[in-house]
Write a protein that binds this ligand. Structure first.
Ligand code: PXL
Length: 355
């Protein structure tokens, strides 16, 4: 075993890279806490501009600290013809345990790609530890709210499932989505979650009443638990101007979660909280192309917006505009689908801080 020395921790022993016993207990000081923290459970792919390589820059530029819990480390996302995948299933519990030992707490938890169905069981365990208020804390810590939970139910796109998909994974993803405050399925994933024929879902957008049909499915999801459902990447021809567009439909239940009486993160919708469901489509002209990682970018902006306390519809609009520009840029450059959209130069749009 080769060790890496952490000289700043005066623990009197060599702490190794994969040390996960009690030697390296680092006290986490509430008083030193700066800003918001979001645990991001997702994979790290060398190529594809998706998952953690999308989430980390987006959440950071929006002013929160992303704390990655990798589900897998890949040479490239799985859409490439060949890739190496180092599955992190067995490591997830070490992260949970170490973070518990450190006494950390999060303002948000955001889950994305899982390499297999077993990883969702690890996420449940993680939620049992961290998706809670902090009744045992003292002083300010005792007042800590339960973090928001954003689940991006990554399972497929364009009517096709990803390589890791299994019926068991779907069953567990349904249970995970039911625990979430916010979910961000694309149309394929929404069909899977609601038990609709997802091969047929693509036809929805060529139907006059496609928005009503999608909203109906989103409402079905809201009845199961989440208060915000944002259906992402809906391609359609706008009957108003005949232009091909790509839209995101936000369906939001105003108010408090009845099961725990807490305010939910999308509460700030026109300042109302009467339990009614409101929806809004925000759409942008579709320039062409489809790119890896756009769903991950979208969910990451939403997570950053929630940590910042932004209004949910405004965040959906911002995310859509950011991604539309990144896609436009990539289409102009002839970027290959698997490489992802050119989002880097547009990150500044998300930094809307008043300092
Ligand atoms: O963007 C979704 C995603 C995330 N992570 C990995 C993927 C994919 C989609 O193919 O392969 C590894």
């Amino acid at each position: 075993m080769h060790g890496i020395l952490f000289p700043e921790f005066d623990v009197g022993v060599r702490a190794t890279c994969d040390s996960h016993d009690d030697v390296m207990t680092v006290p986490w000081k509430e008083g030193k806490r700066m800003g918001k923290k979001i645990a991001v459970i997702n994979d790290l792919s060398g190529f594809g501009r998706c998952s953690l390589t999308a989430a980390i820059p987006v959440i950071s530029v929006m002013g929160a600290q992303p704390c990655p819990l990798p589900t897998a480390i890949l040479s490239a996302q799985t859409g490439y013809p060949s890739f190496y995948c180092d599955d992190y299933t067995e490591k997830m519990e070490y992260f949970r345990r170490e973070w518990e030992k450190m006494g950390v707490a999060f303002d948000g938890i955001y889950t994305g790609y899982v390499a297999n169905e077993e990883q969702i069981m690890h996420i449940f365990r993680f939620l049992d530890t961290f998706h809670v208020g902090n009744p045992s804390g003292r002083g300010k810590a005792a007042e800590r709210r339960r973090p928001f939970l954003l689940v991006d139910p990554v399972m497929g796109d364009d009517g096709r499932t990803y390589k890791m998909f299994t019926p068991k994974l779907l069953e567990r993803m349904k249970r995970l989505a039911a625990r979430a405050d916010v979910i961000t399925p694309n149309l394929t994933e929404l069909c899977l979650l609601t038990g609709n024929d997802f091969q047929g879902c693509g036809f929805l957008t060529r139907n006059d009443r496609f928005l009503e049909a999608i909203e109906e499915m989103a409402r079905e999801m809201i009845a199961k638990g989440p208060h915000v459902v944002v259906v992402t990447g809906i391609g359609f021809e706008d009957p108003a101007d005949g232009v091909e567009k790509i839209g995101n439909l936000a369906v939001v239940k105003r108010g408090t979660r009845p099961q725990d009486g807490e305010e939910f993160p999308g509460r700030n919708v026109n300042g109302l909280s009467d339990g009614t469901i409101v929806s809004r489509l925000s759409a942008f002209p579709y320039i062409g192309g489809s790119f890896s990682g756009t769903g991950d970018l979208f969910a990451s902006v939403l997570a950053g917006g929630m940590a910042r306390g932004d209004e949910v519809f405004e965040t959906v609009e911002l995310a859509g505009e950011f991604i539309a520009r990144a896609m436009e840029d990539a289409a102009r450059e002839g970027v290959e689908r698997n490489e992802g959209a050119n989002f880097e130069k547009y990150l500044g749009m998300l930094n809307t801080w008043e300092s």
